[in-house]
Design a protein around this ligand. Structure first.
Ligand SMILES: [Zn+2]
Length: 157
């Protein structure tokens, strides 16, 4: 089995993580985010977003007290979040919650491509069947209109 490399908090995403995050990120740029495991991540990057009055100082004080629960970066201006099963996770979190998903997608990428092609084919098939059905119904309506129109014209004579 191919070995998948994962990055640590504060370092750049690996190639596979980067692809995963660009596809599944919530794209909500935020300065503070909680991972589903309970850890809190925040950025004090000068180009990042704003904090409420005293919020950053409080987070930094918490980081001092509980360095395994609070993580700070001053390099990235926002925290990436991926939501799975109604919960949000930080891709580089120590809990590694997202790693099996990333690993699965990386190892099964050819199968996933085949799966997506088949799903799109099915979806196009459904739409074609729906269009055919609607055309059939429409032609029925037009025939009825024509027949009814002729009968009405004859009654008027
Ligand atoms: Zn976590």
């Amino acid at each position: 089995m191919a070995k998948i490399e994962f990055s640590e908090w504060g370092s750049d995403f690996t190639e596979v993580e980067s692809a995963f995050v660009s596809a599944f990120s919530c794209h909500s740029s935020t300065t503070v985010a909680d991972c589903g495991c309970g850890r809190t991540y925040f950025t004090s990057c000068p180009t990042g977003g704003d904090f409420d009055e005293g919020e950053l100082e409080e987070l930094q004080a918490n980081r001092e007290k509980e360095p395994d629960l609070y993580f700070e970066t001053n390099v990235y201006d926002s925290i990436e979040i991926v939501a799975i099963g109604g919960e949000e996770y930080i891709p580089q979190c120590k809990c590694g919650f997202l790693r099996p998903y990333i690993q699965f997608m990386e190892i099964k990428k050819e199968q996933l491509a085949m799966f997506l092609i088949e799903r799109f084919r099915q979806s196009i098939g459904d739409k074609e069947r729906q269009i055919k059905r609607e055309r059939y119904l429409l032609s029925g309506v037009e025939r009825a209109k024509e027949t009814y129109g002729k009968e009405r014209d004859e009654e008027r004579k």
